[in-house]
Design a protein around this ligand. Structure first.
Ligand code: GAL
Length: 334
């Protein structure tokens, strides 16, 4: 008998569950459709960033305003991302947040979103990188910049590169472990099409040479932001150049994590016979900096950037005026 009552009870709960109507939205509630296109889900930093976009939107919901956020994975394939943007346009998104796969394709993608009259917040991969210098700004970009509904939220990668150089410059031996008068380094780069990779590569070294240090580049390879590549490239360089390598510069922390494994496997010790720097300040790397197994990193503030991107998207939804650029500072971690 007890068993029958129990079964009936379960059935009753299930039936009520199936037929229960969803909670009615309060009168006048508005749901905005937000499309978020990420260049690739398989990226440590952009995973933190995208999760923060989602949770921040959620935290800003009220009884009257809801955000229906769709996040898509561009799988590092521009054609795929272009289709995803077409879908967002067909779905009549109210605003799009876009982390481009290829910044060289920026104008084509931006133009179609603009033509569909959908506000656009570009993040993380700066398409108009040269515009700030005034030098290579072409007319098309100028048009986009003047568009009241397009903006870029990001961090100036020159700052992160300079901080990496400064971390080395401020060491007691200034990165010259063997005291031969020069800092011998290897560079492990992110996707070279990406301005973050270009600027970090350039400005980490520029900081040192501007400060009067001599440098020697033993090796400069592309690791495409990936941990496995960082490990492979660092292992190869250590096998080839051995003790000559004094500093390992990685354009991001994922590659630095790989490099740290290669350094350990080669029997070298960070802080003693080699230095290692990255960018992002992933939690794991912050711990390593504290423990001394990484020399330093640079906080790439995914919380600040994602919140700014969402805040601006909401301003656009409310037809408020916006700026075309929003910059979030990097912070040195050593
Ligand atoms: C950089 C970040 C990298 C990677 C890249 C993707 O800002 O430091 O780890 O996420 O963006 O474009």
């Amino acid at each position: 008998m007890k068993k029958i009552i129990f079964v009936l009870l379960i059935l009753a709960v299930a039936i009520t569950g199936v037929f229960a109507s969803p909670k009615p939205e309060s009168k006048g509630a508005k749901t905005y459709k937000v499309g978020v296109a990420i260049y690739q889900f398989d990226d440590n930093f952009m995973t933190l960033y995208r999760n923060e976009i989602l949770s921040y939107f959620k935290s800003l919901e009220t009884d009257n305003v809801k955000y229906n956020v769709t996040v898509v994975d561009g799988k590092n394939d521009m054609a795929e991302q272009s289709n995803q943007i077409d879908n967002f346009i067909t779905q009549k998104m109210d605003v799009i947040i876009l982390n481009l796969v290829q910044t060289s394709s920026a104008d084509a993608v931006i133009n179609k979103v603009v033509a569909a009259n959908i506000p656009l917040v570009l993040i993380n991969r700066e398409p108009l990188a040269y515009a700030k210098d005034g030098s290579t700004l072409d007319e098309q970009y100028e048009g986009i910049l003047k568009n009241a509904k397009v903006c870029y939220v990001g961090a100036d990668a020159r700052q992160s590169g300079s901080f990496q150089g400064r971390i080395i410059a401020e060491l007691p031996d200034h990165g010259d472990i063997n005291r031969d008068g020069k800092i011998s380094y290897i560079m492990i780069e992110g996707d070279p099409e990406n301005i973050d990779a270009q600027y970090r590569t350039q400005f980490s070294i520029k900081y040192l040479t501007d400060a009067g240090y001599k440098v020697e580049c033993l090796d400069d390879q592309v690791g495409n932001w990936a941990q496995s590549k960082g490990q492979e490239l660092c292992a190869n360089a250590l096998a080839k150049f051995g003790r000559q390598v004094e500093v390992v510069f990685c354009n991001n922390d994922a590659m630095a994590l790989g490099a740290a494994a290669a350094i350990k496997a080669a029997g070298r010790t960070v802080g003693k016979d080699i230095y290692l720097v990255g960018v992002d300040a992933l939690e794991e790397c912050q711990e390593m900096v504290k423990a001394g197994t990484m020399t330093g990193t640079v906080l790439n503030d995914h919380v600040g950037q994602s919140h700014k991107a969402v805040d601006v998207a909401i301003e656009l939804l409310n037809n408020k005026p916006i700026q075309n650029y929003y910059w979030v500072d990097y912070v040195m971690v050593k």
